[in-house]
Design a protein around this ligand. Structure first.
Ligand code: SME
Length: 137
């Protein structure tokens, strides 16, 4: 990735690369935490536009990861109570926290149009991606 790009441009390029190359990654984006307001804020993303640009900590899959500091794999979103629906085409989701110096500063969020596509390989891969992204901070 060209180093003259801004950090947000690099994050957008990562989203695009992932969505282009992994067929079941249909929406790929980043949310970033604001600890003062206890909210997540949508960063660079590719895929359908979403109304959920601000998510309170604890709310939805993303909000839960903001407080758990743990990966969250949802094989079937219909089976989740604490879930924020963006689109009826979304069937499953994976959220992996982004740590910078041990602090959970945000997350990568991926939605899929198929049921149960995410494996431990996706978790390891996205942890690796986030470790690379952490170097930009
Ligand atoms: N489904 C997420 C909300 C964000 S959208 O997937 C872009 C959630 O439940 O937190």
């Amino acid at each position: 990735i060209n180093t003259t790009l801004s950090r947000d441009e690099k994050l957008l390029a990562v989203c695009q690369l992932l969505q282009d190359n992994i067929d079941y990654y249909n929406w790929v984006g980043f949310y970033f935490a604001n600890q003062e307001t206890q909210t997540l804020h949508l960063g660079p993303y590719v895929g359908a536009e979403t109304d959920h640009t601000v998510i309170p900590f604890g709310k939805g899959i993303c909000g839960q990861v903001a407080v758990s500091n743990d990966n969250f794999v949802v094989p079937d979103v219909a089976a989740q109570d604490n879930y924020i629906a963006c689109s009826f085409t979304v069937k499953s989701e994976i959220v992996v926290p982004l740590f910078v110096d041990g602090e959970n500063i945000g997350q990568i969020d991926i939605d899929s149009h198929v049921i149960d596509p995410f494996t431990e390989s996706d978790e390891r891969f996205l942890e690796f991606v986030n470790k690379e992204i952490a170097k930009l901070y």
